[in-house]
Design a binder for this molecule. Structure first.
Ligand code: ADA
Length: 569
């Protein structure tokens, strides 16, 4: 399933996860528009790099799934994520084209007759001009339908999205609710709307949606007496929206929400008026057994380890994550920095502006209600030092704020003393590897002091007085490489680096957050191999199979010490 809970009671929805027919382009024996025959079966969700012989395949694959309808119906397919470019066909008819691996999308049919139907998905994970955000990089762009797929039967008029924004109102709370209604019919549709929140019910004004139109319906629930959400006390509520025709529910959509408010006050990030401290990890969706396709069990294991290490914070470096992972963060209590897909991408790629806007728009549209998301990020280590680069940062950050005014915004920069975009964000974030790429462990304090002096001066171009997160730091360690002299790439050196850097970054009063780079070792693409033993990014505290390195107990101890120190403040 797409989520950890049922999003519908009335709207029929079924999972299409399981075995699909599969063929890679080079194995096709016909030149028809869609394959006439398939050579293998593949699991959905999964990536083809886990199939024997396809471990390094970068190309086009085709997946096919049949389904049957007992009666005529409109079908809505929802894909949690397809890596990285998808074209969706039903009964040979092209329904959807989607770019970028990390955001959900829908494909909606017309009225289908009863009987058997066929879904075909063309998946492309090649690099090239068509994919501005996927390129040779310090992580791997896999191939496949890498997240769950759901088949829903929808009424002519359905709820596409439900956004809920909580707002404290004295001792109580208000909840702004926005429904996006889509009318697929060629005539207008009238519906009553009912909202339900943990047993309480509100009948909202009836609406009429014109033929083939979309309508945003907004309302506000007030005077709510609720418990708040925080990582320490992750209280969730179920919000249900229903459309009714003559008292009969014709469609519904359910989500889980949390009551919390975020504000930046001077150098602090406040959650429900209390300063919070973010300490944890950058985490790629990458596993030695399954690539970027994760089971819920594997996600839970990662979160249990991050919690065991003392972390309360995860940065979804460098792209929007699986909805089930965010559901887990809501439920288990983690703070999340989620960012649209960009890791040091050039801005002059012809498809960049369109694709970064789509990744950003889809990220916020599909993940808006997640209480665990406390920061929106973007454009990791991109050009934030030139006027042309600033124009792109302004464009993306303006889009984020237009879609969600309730969360602070940041971007992770590796350009200290040169940044000209810090005025655009609410929280400043610095990727620094003093002990790995820089002057060494003994330079960590002085480097931070020098950075803070610049940041809180007029020279920082707008960062003055803002909260600071050390968004990346750490060192590489080849799993199993040990040496008493603690050389680079040894597990001992990585432990030394994290021991020292955590002692500095976790306890500095002007640093509100620290995210270790990174939770686990991850696969990278071939052209990076010169700088990366094993063609992996080896900076994980655990390896790609989640086997702890020597740094694991060191991180745990430093996180516990810092937590005790904060408790005494
Ligand atoms: C950068 C980048 C990360 C990773 C890291 C490293 O900060 O943001 O994705 O590549 O460097 O390991 O060097």
């Amino acid at each position: 399933m797409l989520r950890l809970f049922d999003e519908h009671v009335v709207r029929p929805a079924e999972s299409l996860d399981g075995l699909w027919d599969f063929v890679v382009e080079p194995d096709r024996r016909d030149r028809a528009r869609l394959p006439r025959s398939y050579t293998h079966r593949i699991a959905v969700p999964s990536v083809w790099e886990t199939m024997p012989g396809l471990e390094g395949y970068r190309g086009v694959g085709w997946l096919r799934k049949r389904f049957a309808l007992d009666e005529a119906a409109r079908v809505r397919l929802v894909f949690g994520g397809v890596s990285h470019t998808a074209d969706v066909y039903v009964d040979g008819r092209h329904l959807a084209h989607h770019e970028d691996a990390y955001t959900p999308f829908e494909a909606v049919t017309g009225l289908l007759r009863p009987g058997e139907h066929t879904i075909v998905v063309q998946v492309d994970n090649r690099f090239g001009e068509h994919a501005a955000l996927h390129k040779e990089n310090d992580y791997y762009s896999y191939g496949g339908i890498s997240r769950p797929v759901e088949l829903q039967l929808i009424d002519d008029l359905y709820i596409r999205h439900l956004h809920a924004t909580p707002r404290r109102s004295g001792q109580r709370w208000a909840l702004s609710v926005e429904l996006e209604l889509v009318n697929l019919a060629t005539s207008a549709r009238r519906r009553d709307i009912r909202l339900r929140l943990d047993g309480q019910e509100w009948d909202i004004q009836p609406v009429v949606v014109q033929p083939m139109q979309t309508l945003d319906v907004c309302t506000e629930l007030v005077g709510l007496e609720v418990e708040t959400w925080s990582a320490e006390s992750p209280r969730l509520y179920t919000l249900e929206a229903a459309l009714l025709d003559q008292e009969v529910v014709t469609d519904d959509l359910i989500d889980r929400i949390g009551f919390r408010e975020l504000k930046v006050r001077r150098r602090e990030l406040l959650l429900n008026s209390q300063p919070i401290h973010l300490h944890g990890y950058n985490r790629h969706e990458d596993h030695g057994c399954s690539g970027c396709a994760f089971s819920v069990e594997a996600m839970v294991r990662d979160l249990q380890m991050i919690s065991d290490l003392g972390g309360n914070f995860i940065r979804t470096s460098h792209y929007p994550n699986d909805m089930r992972f965010l559901d887990l963060c809501d439920e288990m209590g983690f703070y999340v920095w989620e960012e649209s897909h960009a890791r040091t991408v050039p801005f002059d790629q012809p498809n960049f502006r369109r694709q970064i806007a789509e990744s950003t728009r889809e990220m916020i549209t599909w993940h808006y209600n997640r209480p665990s998301i406390v920061l929106w990020g973007c454009l990791n280590e991109c050009d934030s030092v030139s006027p042309a680069g600033r124009e792109e940062f302004e464009r993306v950050i303006r889009l984020i704020r237009s879609l969600d005014a309730s969360r602070p915004v940041t971007f992770a920069s590796d350009k200290p003393f040169r940044d000209i975009c810090l005025d655009l964000v609410d929280v400043v974030s610095w990727n620094t590897y003093t002990s790995w790429y820089g002057g060494g462990i003994d330079q960590v304090e002085s480097a931070l002091a020098e950075y803070l002096k610049w940041l809180h001066s007029s020279k920082s171009g707008g960062g003055r007085g803002k909260p600071l997160i050390i968004s990346e730091f750490g060192a590489g360690a080849i799993p199993g490489y040990r040496h008493p002299s603690h050389p680079h790439w040894s597990e001992e050196y990585q432990a030394d680096v994290l021991d020292h850097e955590l002692a500095v970054y976790l306890n500095h009063p002007d640093v509100i957050g620290a995210a270790i780079w990174q939770f686990s070792d991850v696969r990278i693409t071939r052209h990076w191999w010169q700088r990366r033993p094993r063609t992996m990014n080896n900076k994980g505290t655990v390896d790609e199979f989640r086997r702890p390195k020597l740094a694991y107990p060191v991180v745990k101890r430093r996180m516990q010490e810092a937590a005790r120190r904060r408790a005494r403040r």
